[in-house]
Ligand binder design. Structure first.
Ligand SMILES: NC(=O)C1=CN([C@@H]2O[C@H](COP(=O)(O)OP(=O)(O)OC[C@H]3O[C@@H](n4cnc5c(N)ncnc54)[C@H](O)[C@@H]3O)[C@@H](O)[C@H]2O)C=CC1
Ligand SMILES: O=C(O)C(=O)Cc1ccc(O)cc1
Length: 295
């Protein structure tokens, strides 16, 4: 078996993503010799111990990162600044600090200043997840065949980037390196805006009269059902994502609103070919996505 990428891997946050990494690292011998999991509450800590997915469980993030050669922040992005301020001074010289947060410019802004000299910072974002959260939601196939985007600031140690790349590849992902600003615009359209739309449409349906609401749920066809799956996601995580990708999300929302207005106009004026064209375009995009995933 290949040598482990890390000696001691510390995961700060033990929800869907953190516990998935822990499961994979414990199941494979080539990611880390020791897996440390930091959970915020005694309850989660107990659950991690019961699940047997960590070598060491710690409630104190500072103790969790001591002696680790890799630290992965796996908490909601709004918690990163205070977490980084707390653990920064305790990071081992030569260690790598990385993360899994859904936004990248904010993470660089919030974590960067707390990374001491001699510690490498390689921000990351696995493009894989579900609507479920917490330690029981994780599973070891989560990253299989999915992308992981890395956004190392200019001048980041190339060897540190390579180790994080190897780490994600052993988790089953394919790595792509991206500029953080570009990352935030891309995920704003492919992930953050779809979530915003899902939360909004569920709210709109819920605002309707009681009788209608019952019917909405009773006769919900797959279109609405697909939205409700996404809308079942964690409120704290998504609050933090929206507030930390404000600019790109608002830009994409403005573009979407313009396009939705154009569609409304076509519906009002009976512009059949406009509507047909848009539906056809959607179909083509869906087919292209299927083709990419099968290639
Ligand atoms: N859920 C998803 O589908 C994906 C999430 N992400 C990112 O991964 C990160 C973690 O998300 P999930 O694992 O889904 O969330 P989760 O809600 O399942 O787990 C979050 C973990 O962070 C801990 N935590 C919460 N607030 C904290 C604080 N103030 N200080 C320390 N720890 C705290 C929680 O106790 C929990 O263990 C987020 O930054 C999210 O943006 C990235 C890709 C996919
Ligand atoms: O469950 C879904 O549909 C997702 O879109 C999962 C997801 C959520 C957040 C991310 O930053 C990346 C992936």
């Amino acid at each position: 078996m290949a040598e482990p990428v890390f000696e001691r891997l510390a995961l700060v946050g033990a929800g869907l993503i953190g516990s998935s990494i822990a499961r994979i690292a414990r199941a494979r011998g080539d990611i880390a010799r020791v897996v440390v999991v930091n959970a915020r509450t005694e309850k989660t800590l107990g659950r991690i111990a019961e699940l047997g997915i960590a070598d060491v469980c710690e409630i104190d993030p500072v103790r969790a990162v001591e002696g680790a050669d890799c630290v992965v922040l796996c908490a909601p992005v709004g918690a990163y600044a205070s977490l980084a301020a707390a653990i920064g001074p305790h990071l081992a010289p030569g260690a790598i600090i990385t993360d899994v947060g859904s936004t990248k410019q904010s993470v660089i802004r919030d974590v960067g200043p707390h990374v001491p000299q001699g510690v490498h910072f390689v921000p990351g974002h696995p493009m894989a997840g579900t609507e479920f959260s917490g330690p029981d939601a994780g599973f070891s196939e989560l990253f299989e065949g999915r992308w992981c985007l890395l956004t190392p600031p200019v001048g980041t140690d190339a060897a540190a980037v390579q180790r994080i790349k190897a780490f994600w590849e052993r988790c089953g992902a394919t790595v792509s390196i991206m500029d953080p600003e570009h990352h935030d615009r891309v995920v704003a359209i492919v992930s953050h805006l779809p979530h915003l739309i899902a939360f909004t449409i569920c709210g709109t349906a819920d605002d309707l009269a009681d009788e209608t609401r019952k019917e909405v749920l009773q006769f919900a066809a797959s279109g609405f059902r697909d939205f409700t799956r996404i809308a079942a996601s964690d409120p704290v995580m998504w609050r933090d994502v929206f507030l930390n990708n404000r600019e790109a999300l608002l830009e994409m929302l403005a573009r979407f609103t313009e396009d939705a207005q154009a569609m409304a106009r076509a519906v009002r004026w009976g512009d059949a070919s406009y509507i047909e064209d848009k539906v056809m375009r959607g179909r083509k995009i869906r087919q292209a996505l299927i083709d990419i995933n099968q290639a």
